[in-house]
Design a protein around this ligand. Structure first.
Ligand SMILES: NC(=O)c1ccc[n+]([C@@H]2O[C@H](COP(=O)([O-])OP(=O)(O)OC[C@H]3O[C@@H](n4cnc5c(N)ncnc54)[C@H](OP(=O)(O)O)[C@@H]3O)[C@@H](O)[C@H]2O)c1
Length: 278
């Protein structure tokens, strides 16, 4: 019997996850199929829908907007990363029930370190945004031992709450846009985790945060560089920019590993998905 998995969300038609998992399955020789299922968040109960998929023999799910919190609440058991993130993007169905995980953060960290070639160790990191995605990346990012982390957000209080929740030996500070500490030669790594790019907008931050050697990462992705990546390049033409496609493929690779016990290569899949998007 071929194992069946799916991504659930709303909207879902745009999802690249079925393509990514098909490429992973081909690369690793796994006998599985992966579907995209739209759940009507007005008319259907997430819990009821998941119970139906379990009874039909699905082995696991990826969960995307707007159900990551519902997925957190309905799980039988939560991994450490899901607990810390307060959100779930991966379900594995076992005889013990629904095992839940969050692979978004490790997807981003692996993308920057492996595909971007930039280690977080000893780096000064600036994070823009304090929503669900940033919440999910902080733990694996801090595990990679940066020198310091500053979180800036449109609503400064959200950044402050997040900074306090993740206090460790690594200095972590928080502010609104207008109080981001200046750094000589800019920040080493800047991550845009706001949804401003979705609206074609920029967080109103000083260009001084971008240095000649900064890595500037936008969690959003598309068939061309995001407005945030363009802004960074105009500010410092020598800086390195990346979009969030590698994070998407990286979180999928971790989910695939949880389900199949095989970790696929992400770089060829990122290249193929990007070529198809263009
Ligand atoms: N590549 C991937 O695999 C991946 C995975 C997850 C998320 N993402 C992307 O990450 C982004 C954030 O997602 P999320 O789930 O964290 O969303 P979210 O929970 O809704 O949080 C949105 C964040 O963006 C800020 N924001 C919204 N509009 C803004 C604007 N016009 N100007 C400045 N800041 C603005 C919000 O600030 P306030 O707190 O002030 O409201 C908040 O910090 C999205 O672009 C999403 O597509 C990518």
């Amino acid at each position: 019997m071929t194992d069946v998995y799916a991504v659930v969300g709303n909207p879902i038609a745009h999802s690249k996850s079925p393509l990514i998992h098909r490429l992973f399955a081909e690369q690793t020789g796994q006998d599985m199929v992966y579907e995209a299922i739209r759940i009507d968040d007005e008319a259907t109960n997430f819990k009821y829908e998941v119970a139906g998929l379990i009874s039909r023999g699905y082995k696991g799910l990826n969960i995307t907007v707007p159900f990551k919190l519902d997925a957190f609440e309905q799980a039988t058991s939560l991994s450490e990363s899901a607990k810390v993130a307060h959100a779930v993007n991966t379900y594995t169905f076992t005889e013990k029930g629904i095992e839940a995980d969050n692979t978004d953060g490790i997807g981003l960290v692996n993308d920057i370190q492996q595909n971007g070639g930039v280690s977080f160790a000893h780096k000064r990191v600036l994070i823009l945004g304090a929503g669900g995605a940033v919440q999910g990346i902080l733990e694996p990012l801090l595990d990679a031992l940066p020198a310091s982390v500053h979180i800036a957000n449109r609503t400064p209080q959200r950044a402050e709450v997040l900074g306090k929740r993740f206090e460790t030996d690594i200095p972590i500070s928080a502010s609104g846009w207008d109080a981001i500490p200046e750094k000589a030669s800019g920040y080493d790594i800047i991550i845009n985790g706001t949804s401003a790019s979705l609206e074609g907008k920029l967080p109103p931050i000083s260009p001084g945060v971008v240095g000649e050697n900064s890595l500037v990462y936008d969690m959003m992705y598309g068939d061309k560089p995001t407005v945030f990546m363009d802004w960074a390049k105009q500010t410092q033409p020598s800086c390195q920019t990346m979009d969030g496609l590698g994070m998407l493929v990286g979180q999928a690779a971790e989910a695939f590993y949880l389900w199949r016990g095989v970790r696929p290569e992400t770089a060829p899949v990122i290249a193929e998905v990007r070529a198809l998007m263009a």
